[in-house]
Design a protein around this ligand. Structure first.
Ligand SMILES: [Zn+2]
Ligand SMILES: [Zn+2]
Length: 342
C-alpha cells in the first residue's frame, strides 16, 4: 500500500483508539455515537486544513498582502474561531448532536439514512432522476457540489436580507482585517441554522457520507482561501468559474456612501455562476476597506469570543420582531442592472 496512505490510516486508528474512545468514555458519551473512527477521520482532516492555512495561506499573506497592516490585532481572534470549530465544536456537534438528530428525521420520513443521507433510503436520489449517472461518479459529485453551492448561495442571500439573520451574520462581516482564518468567524446560531438546512437537503437528495465529507472539505478549502488577505486573482476567465480572494473581499467591503448598495454583491461561496445568474456578481471594482459601518456591529472588533457571541445574540433578539427584509436586500437586482456588474 502507498506509504502516506498507510501513515494516514494508522494515524486515524491510533487517534480513534487512544484519544477519541477514551475521551468519549471519560465524558460518559460512549453510547451516543458508534463512530470513534469517523470522529478521528474528521479530526485528521481538520488538522490538514489547519496546516494548509498555517503553512501556505498565512505566509502568502505576508508575501503578497491585498491590504498592508501595521498589526494583526483584530485578525488574531479568527484563528481561535477556526481552532475551536475544527477541534471542538465540529466533532461534538456533528457526531453527538447532528447525527442522532438527522437519524431521527430520517426515521420520521420513513428512511433509515445516516446523518448525510443514504442514496438507498432518501426521498429522491439524483440517480433516480438521472439513471445515466450510474457509473459516472465524478459527474454526480460535481452536480452535488453545484447543488450544495446553490443552497449556500440562497442561504447567504437570506443572511443579508432578513434582519434577524443579518443580526447574526454581521459578526462574520464585522472583521476589519479579513484574513486566512476569517472563514469560521461566525455566530454559532448562524452556523446552526445553516448546517440544519444543508443536512436536511443532503438527507433529501441522498448524498453518500463519503461524498458529503469530500464536499464539505473541498468547499471549506475554497472558502478559507477566499478570505485570505492576498493579492490574488484567478484571471478573467477562471474568476468566473471559482471564487477567488479578490471576489470575496468585495463581498466584505464597507458601505460606499456614494453607491450604498454596491456591497450587496458576490454572495457565492465556491462558484460565481450563481451571482452571475442572479445578477449579484461584481467584478472590475477596486478593493475597498473591509468591515461594517454600524458602530454597534463594528464594536465586535474590541470584544473577545464570548463578548462577540453575546453581542450577536443580543442583536438577534432585538431584530426578531422585525421580520421584514432589510432595506437593500431586495434592491440588489435593480442596482445590478444599473451598476457595472458582470
Ligand atoms: Zn455575507
Ligand atoms: Zn466571508
Amino acid at each position: 500500500m502507498f506509504a502516506p496512505w498507510t501513515l494516514w490510516h494508522n494515524a486515524i486508528t491510533d487517534i480513534a483508539l487512544h484519544v477519541v474512545a477514551p475521551a468519549l468514555s471519560w465524558l460518559h458519551l460512549t453510547g451516543m455515537t458508534d463512530s470513534p473512527r469517523e470522529i478521528a477521520t474528521a479530526l485528521m482532516i481538520s488538522a490538514m486544513e489547519v496546516l494548509i492555512i498555517a503553512l501556505l495561506f498565512r505566509p502568502l499573506e505576508s508575501l503578497i498582502p491585498a491590504e498592508q497592516w501595521t498589526h494583526r490585532r483584530y485578525a488574531r481572534i479568527d484563528r481561535f474561531y477556526t481552532l475551536l470549530k475544527y477541534f471542538g465544536v465540529l466533532p461534538i456537534f456533528t457526531y453527538l448532536m447532528l447525527q442522532p438528530f438527522t437519524y431521527e428525521v430520517g426515521q420520521w420520513f420513513g428512511s433509515t439514512g445516516s446523518s448525510s443521507g443514504d442514496s438507498q433510503d432518501s426521498l429522491i436520489t439524483l440517480q433516480q432522476l438521472i439513471p445515466w449517472l450510474h457509473g459516472h461518479s465524478v459527474i454526480q459529485f460535481l452536480i452535488y457540489f453545484a447543488l450544495f453551492d446553490l443552497v449556500y448561495y440562497l442561504i447567504h442571500r437570506l443572511q443579508h436580507a432578513v434582519p434577524w439573520w443579518w443580526a447574526l451574520h454581521s459578526l462574520h462581516h464585522s472583521q476589519r482585517q479579513l484574513n486566512c482564518w476569517s472563514n469560521d468567524r461566525d455566530h454559532y446560531l448562524d452556523d446552526l441554522f445553516e448546517v440544519l438546512i444543508i443536512s436536511l437537503v443532503s438527507l433529501l437528495i441522498g448524498v453518500q457520507p463519503v461524498d458529503y465529507a469530500l464536499l464539505i472539505l473541498t468547499g471549506d478549502l475554497v472558502q478559507i482561501f477566499s478570505h485570505a488577505n492576498v493579492r490574488i486573482r484567478f484571471g478573467k476567465v477562471l474568476d468566473k468559474v471559482l471564487v477567488d480572494p479578490r471576489y470575496h473581499r468585495l463581498h466584505h467591503m464597507r458601505v460606499d456612501p456614494e453607491r450604498p448598495h454596491l456591497h450587496d454583491c458576490n454572495f457565492a461561496l465556491v462558484f460565481p455562476i450563481w451571482d452571475i445568474l442572479f445578477r449579484t456578481a461584481l467584478y472590475n471594482e477596486p478593493l475597498h476597506p473591509c468591515g461594517v459601518d454600524a458602530a454597534e456591529i463594528d464594536a465586535d472588533n474590541d470584544k473577545g469570543f464570548l463578548g462577540q457571541q453575546g453581542a450577536g445574540l443580543a442583536r438577534f433578539w432585538r431584530a426578531l420582531p422585525r421580520m421584514r427584509p432589510r432595506q437593500g436586500g431586495a434592491q440588489v437586482v435593480a442596482d445590478n442592472q444599473a451598476g457595472d456588474r458582470a
